[in-house]
Design a protein around this ligand. Structure first.
Ligand SMILES: [Zn+2]
Length: 287
């Protein structure tokens, strides 16, 4: 007798930007709660989500990205790994399905040092998962999490950031922005964390923005960009950053993708009513 399948196969989605190919890999999910969001009454958020066919407490997707560019293999973030705060750790299966071994990754860009982005960097016994890779990080992110004082109440986050990056101590590339590989530029987007950074990817006449944690609940925050999440280091700055980028990408009709957007995460943003709405990319079998 066949058992009823309940798991997805490793989930990948590829998008071409000129000569560059960006692959989204679904690592897992994060169980959220309306109580960790600010900027709107909890009941109103829950009501709007239920009316939009997302009843119950919010669940956030966690994705990573693989970039093939000019012979380089660049991983953007590493998912949640075995961290028990999340249902993650599917990145290795996703990489395997993408035909990339961990040893074949030459650069890991870490957009910021939160555990849902760094959990897959190290093995439980403290070895580097990506043994041949340099770890690329914004200077303000290193200063805050690795070099600065541990903030009260955030001890587990600081410990996780240090444990995840320790095996790469001799292979860190600390940058302040600008081109990090051909066609790929690191764009500082501080607010969510001090050194939170996205990537602008451009090749030929095409471009896109990997904006990582600019949105956590795409459906709700598109309509209400003022909604912030408790993990935002500077909620005011995070909100202003989101408003500025929403206006920019809607005006420029720029394709975006982000860690916590609904998989496969690639979408355009259009103005809708008082706010915005995401228009997801359609799925094609061949680039
Ligand atoms: Zn995140």
């Amino acid at each position: 007798m066949q058992t009823t399948p309940t798991k997805q196969t490793p989930s990948l989605y590829r998008h071409r930007v000129g000569d560059i190919v960006v692959t989204a890999i679904l690592d897992g999910t994060l169980q959220g709660a309306f109580s960790i969001l600010q900027g709107m009454p909890e009941e109103a958020m829950a009501g709007e989500m239920a009316a939009a066919f997302r009843p119950g407490q919010p669940v956030l997707s966690i994705s990573c990205y693989l970039i093939h560019a000019a012979g380089r293999v660049i991983l953007v973030d590493s998912g949640a790994g075995a961290n028990e705060m999340f249902d993650g750790g599917r990145l290795p299966a996703g990489l395997n399905a993408a035909g990339v071994s961990p040893d074949g990754v030459d650069t890991v860009v870490v957009t910021h040092l939160h555990p849902d982005h760094t959990g897959g960097l190290a093995t439980p016994d403290g070895r580097a998962v990506f043994r041949n890779a340099e770890l690329l990080l914004h200077e303000d992110e290193r200063r805050f999490w690795l070099d600065g004082p541990v903030r009260e109440g955030m001890e587990p986050y600081f410990a996780a950031a240090k444990a995840a990056t320790a095996p790469y101590a001799g292979a860190m590339r600390i940058v302040s922005g600008g081109e990090v590989a051909p066609g790929i530029s690191l764009v500082p987007l501080p607010g969510h964390t001090p050194g939170h950074s996205g990537l602008r990817i451009a090749s030929g006449s095409q471009q896109m923005l990997l904006w990582t944690d600019i949105v956590h609940l795409p459906l709700l925050q598109a309509r209400h960009p003022e909604v912030t999440i408790a993990f935002d280091f500077d909620p005011e700055q995070a909100r202003a950053q989101r408003r500025r980028l929403f206006d920019e990408v809607a005006t420029d009709r720029l394709l975006v993708a982000g860690t916590h957007m609904d998989f496969p995460t690639f979408a355009h943003l259009e103005r809708s009513g008082e706010g915005y709405a995401f228009v997801p990319q359609r799925w094609l079998p061949q680039l």
